[in-house]
Design a protein around this ligand. Structure first.
Ligand code: ADP
Length: 653
């Protein structure tokens, strides 16, 4: 029978990556073994999880292990596993393409760092999975059989842009990856990956905690000894082969913290998260309680946000173990969504081993563990803020926007989240402050926490809306994360202080007396300006629902605000971006009665209420106000024409 072999091309990104691997000068090529073992361990986890609900798979979970086989003569190294295996489609999809976000980031970083000496380091930082094999191999062969299928497949590539797939045979489900290693003489200081001690060292270093035995056949020499126990000279030892387990398999989270080294914690993080940057922090955690049952946790805060934040399919999340037995990856029931960047393990002593996803969702104990885990993480973050402010700054930059989602997704955690959240404010151009710090600085007569939202700090900081706040020394929170637009619609107060957008409704600053006086002043002025305001409103009717006098402005002639219960334009844009059909909300144009332009406009209007200047100026004021808040003009050409006409007039005069 002839076996049909199909040849495929790698996808562009995979090709680029392979090319880099083949020509890599990276000095830690040894990491390829950690990647292969990590994939094998994941495959074993997967079949174990599937077997919980599929009886026919249970037979394959009796002796789960990884086997390393080296052949010095032929210079090959094989990593076998009896895990879930891959079908033909899986081989094409998972091995022929790069779906992994980390790899994409890696390629991007490489491009950005082109020519810089740090390039090789990036390999270690990102981890490039299976492809790293090509750093040490001329040819890679995978033979795999998926647990639910009878057929096995052989995938083969020299990393030269193509790979082939042909039918093959394998007695048991699982995967064997065989590397035809590069010749050692070709490289300086190259390690021989077929040597027992090299492999032992590498496995100890990177994969000691892997939960399945990593076996290898090793040579044992039995020497004949005399009655004193001394080796008899001149007698050849008896050589036999036996299986050795090269890893301790110790669940790192069950060991006392003082016995575990930093390197071990870091390596374990890399193993479970597939993020090859060191974690920012880890939390070793033990809880005993009626509501949660006894459980142990080892949780990690990453140092960088990965794309798994936005693509939940890529998330590694929290692994659930029950009594040291692995149950599942990325158990979303154990952690609220706003902490989805947290990675690690939760090992419960009390849940039943044959728990299913459906049961998980309703299980009270799981819900309580989730609560306990989120409290723990939040309290660690809070302590980090106090004790390690620099570390906290890095952390907040990466994950702050995600944590803020919790204020509306988990109202129970709202207060705790707000306690830790830090904000940019008008008080400093560099520092971030907590709400408590803001409240401490509030003026005696101030009852509300003022904020403004917008796209960038620069646009909102120069917004006319801030003018009177700056002048009167009122601090304002400057909110520029897209999530800020959302939470401000759900969170109304903090420790009894109301939040108030300075871009909505009317704003009066000062003591009660001052406010009253300002209000009266404005009313009086409004009476004088009433007709002008109505006239401008009539001209701008399409865009504006009201024109009124402002108490927020000191130096600008006009600004745009929203009604108290209306959507801000940023929120409108955000909803539109998610495909929602949102009706356009008309804004309010506020004008500054003390500004010379407005004063003059009033006298023009008094002379001739039909003067075309009123409409032109109305439009220009509206356009200016829109630009000032970073908005887009509906018709920039018309705006420019009006502006040019005006400039022309000024020159003629
Ligand atoms: P990663 O493991 O980080 O996702 P890899 O490039 O190492 O990236 O692997 C790509 C995919 O190939 C894996 O996600 C997995 O689906 C599949 N795979 C790799 N090795 C194995 C294996 N030994 N058994 C089953 N599937 C595997």
């Amino acid at each position: 029978m002839t076996v049909q072999t199909d040849t495929f091309e790698f996808k562009t990104e995979a090709k680029q990556l392979l090319d880099l691997m083949i020509h890599s000068v990276y000095s830690h090529k040894e990491i390829f073994l950690r990647e292969l073992i990590s994939n094998a361990s994941d495959a074993l986890d997967k079949i174990k999880f599937e077997a919980l609900t599929k009886d026919q798979l249970r037979q394959y979970t009796q002796d789960q292990h990884i086997r390393i086989e080296s052949d010095t003569k032929n210079n090959t190294l094989t990593v076998h596993d009896n895990g879930i295996g891959m079908s033909r489609e899986d081989l094409v999809q998972f091995i022929g393409t790069i779906a992994k976000s980390g790899t994409k980031e890696y390629l991007k970083a490489l491009r950005e760092n082109q020519g810089k000496p740090s390039i090789p380091d990036l390999i270690g930082q990102f981890g490039v999975g299976f492809y790293s094999s090509f750093m040490v191999a001329d040819k890679v062969e995978i033979v795999s059989r998926k647990a639910t299928e009878e057929k096995a497949w052989k995938w083969e590539s020299k990393g030269d842009g193509t790979y082939s797939i042909a039918e093959s045979e394998r007695a048991e489900p699982g995967t064997s990856v065989t590397l035809q290693l590069k010749k050692i003489e070709e490289e300086e200081n190259a390690q021989d990956f077929t040597t027992e001690w090299v492999l032992r060292d590498l496995i100890k270093k990177y994969s000691d905690f892997v939960a399945y035995p990593i076996r290898m056949k090793v040579e044992k020499r039995d020497y004949e000894r005399d009655s004193d126990g001394k080796i008899k000279e001149g007698v050849e030892p008896k050589i036999s082969f036996q299986d050795d387990v090269l890893n301790s398999m110790k669940a790192i989270w069950t060991r006392p913290e003082k016995d575990v080294t930093e390197t071990e914690y870091k390596e374990f993080y890399k193993h479970i998260s597939h993020d090859w940057t060191d974690p920012l922090k880890w939390i070793v955690y033990k809880a005993e309680g009626v509501s949660t049952g006894d459980f142990k946790g080892l949780l990690y805060l990453p140092s960088k946000a990965g794309s798994d934040l936005f693509f939940s399919d890529l998330a590694k999340g929290i692994q659930l173990y029950i009594k040291r037995v692995f149950i599942m990856h990325d158990c979303k029931e154990l952690i609220p969504e706003y902490l989805r960047f947290v990675k690690g393990v939760v090992d419960s002593d009390e849940l039943s081993l044959n728990i299913s996803r459906e049961i998980l969702q309703q299980n009270k104990q799981i819900q309580n563990i989730k609560k306990s885990v989120s409290r723990k993480v939040l309290s660690v973050i809070k302590t980090m803020k106090q004790d390690e402010p620099e570390k906290f700054k890095t952390f907040w930059k990466e994950f702050g926007p995600v944590i803020k989602e919790g204020t509306f997704k988990e109202p129970d955690d709202r207060e705790r989240i707000l306690e830790t959240t830090v904000f940019a404010t008008t008080h400093s151009s560099t520092e971030l402050y907590t709400l408590d710090q803001y409240i401490e600085r509030m003026k005696t007569s101030q009852e509300t926490i003022y904020f403004i939202t917008g796209e960038t700090r620069h646009t909102i900081e120069t917004s006319p809306l801030l003018e009177s706040f700056k002048e009167k020394g009122y601090e304002v929170l400057l909110l520029t994360d897209p999530v800020d637009e959302v939470w401000v619609n759900f969170v109304f107060d903090y420790k009894g202080k109301k939040f108030q957008s300075i871009a909505k409704g009317t704003v009066e600053l000062g003591s009660d007396e001052e406010k009253k006086k300002a209000e009266e002043d404005r009313k009086q002025k409004e009476a004088g300006y009433k007709s002008l305001l109505e006239c401008i409103k009539g001209k701008l009717d399409e865009n504006i629902k009201e024109v009124r006098l402002s108490s927020r402005l000191t130096s600008s002639p006009a600004c745009l605000v929203s009604d108290r219960n209306d959507m801000t334009p940023q929120m409108e844009a955000l909803l539109k971006a998610t495909g929602k059909d949102v009706p356009r909300t008309k804004r309010i144009l506020e004008i500054n009665p003390s500004h010379p332009i407005i004063v003059k406009l009033q006298s023009v209007f008094e002379k001739n209420s039909n003067d075309p200047m009123i409409e032109d100026y109305g439009n220009l004021l509206f356009g200016q106000a829109l630009i000032a808040e970073g908005g887009k003009l509906a018709d920039p050409a018309i705006f420019n024409k009006k502006l040019n006409d005006l400039m022309m007039k000024a020159l003629i005069l």
